[in-house]
Design a protein. Structure first.
Length: 262
């Protein structure tokens, strides 16, 4: 039986500052869940702890009944910046991950796997070009291919579309959704974009404002799949859910302002 990813009573402090407190959720296998909240509420902190890039102060992350606190090949991560090595081609950047994840494959087999995923994200023709020669959107597609070549159980996305223009952002949202529909791996997305979260997710976990941020609202996104952007935007349920998210965020924004003024 495949167990859910569990985040249990996660608390993270930085000196005397409590960034996140008692954050707990379960993410079933194959679910697409978004962490949403105001800037600085601790969304990326939670994701980085799930990725094993930071350690929780208390509580933690459990996968298959085992607490994890270091990075693992079962978790592929895509950041806001593509973070490609500038002196290496697109193919070589993806090969770095392939060599780690598939050490028993021959070099030719690893290369074929890299080209497969570069093709899946639509950039195989740029395989032998350097990052500086490519657009930001193309670089981010390569970063997604690098994460996918690990063939991870969990795909962790930390505002991966935040630095892109709106047209490219929509294209990459559709790409991620298409890839998820094919394999239904578990995805956790950090975003501050309400429409992005609603369009992509099965569930949105809204975080309260920090300090001591925690789960404020766990909202099921009941829009039918597969999703079409224009159809989803006109669905009354979409507008209802959007209104609920906005009310939550506005309430916590006012609450934070009142606490600052007190």
């Amino acid at each position: 039986m495949i167990r859910p990813l569990e985040i249990t009573s996660l608390t993270k402090t930085f000196g005397p500052h409590v960034a996140v407190k008692d954050f707990s959720i379960k993410v079933p296998p194959g679910e697409f869940v978004s962490l949403l909240g105001h800037s600085g509420c601790g969304k990326s902190t939670v994701l980085s702890i799930v990725a094993g890039l930071q350690q929780a102060t208390f509580g933690g992350v459990v996968i298959d009944g085992v607490e994890v606190d270091t990075p693992g090949l079962d978790r592929g991560v895509v950041f806001q910046s593509p973070s490609l090595l500038p002196w290496m081609t697109a193919l070589d950047n993806v090969m770095l991950a392939a060599c780690q994840a598939h050490p028993k494959q021959t070099p030719a087999g690893q290369k074929d796997l890299c080209l497969k995923y570069l093709g899946l994200v639509g950039v195989s023709e740029f395989a032998h070009q350097l990052p500086a020669e490519l657009s930001q959107g193309t670089q981010q597609r390569i970063a997604i291919a690098r994460a996918l070549v690990l063939e991870p159980r969990f795909l962790l996305l930390d505002e991966p579309f935040g630095m892109l223009d709106s047209m490219t952002r929509f294209e990459l949202q559709d790409l991620v959704l298409e890839l998820w529909e094919k394999d239904r791996r578990t995805v956790m997305l950090v975003t501050h974009d309400i429409d992005e979260a609603l369009y992509l997710s099965d569930r949105i976990v809204l975080m309260t404002d920090g300090p001591e941020a925690r789960v404020g609202l766990d909202l099921a996104v009941t829009l039918p799949r597969p999703r079409d952007r224009s159809v989803a935007n006109e669905n009354p349920e979409y507008m209802r859910l959007r209104g609920e998210v906005i009310r939550f965020l506005e309430h916590h924004s006012k609450q934070f302002a009142n606490e600052r003024a007190a």
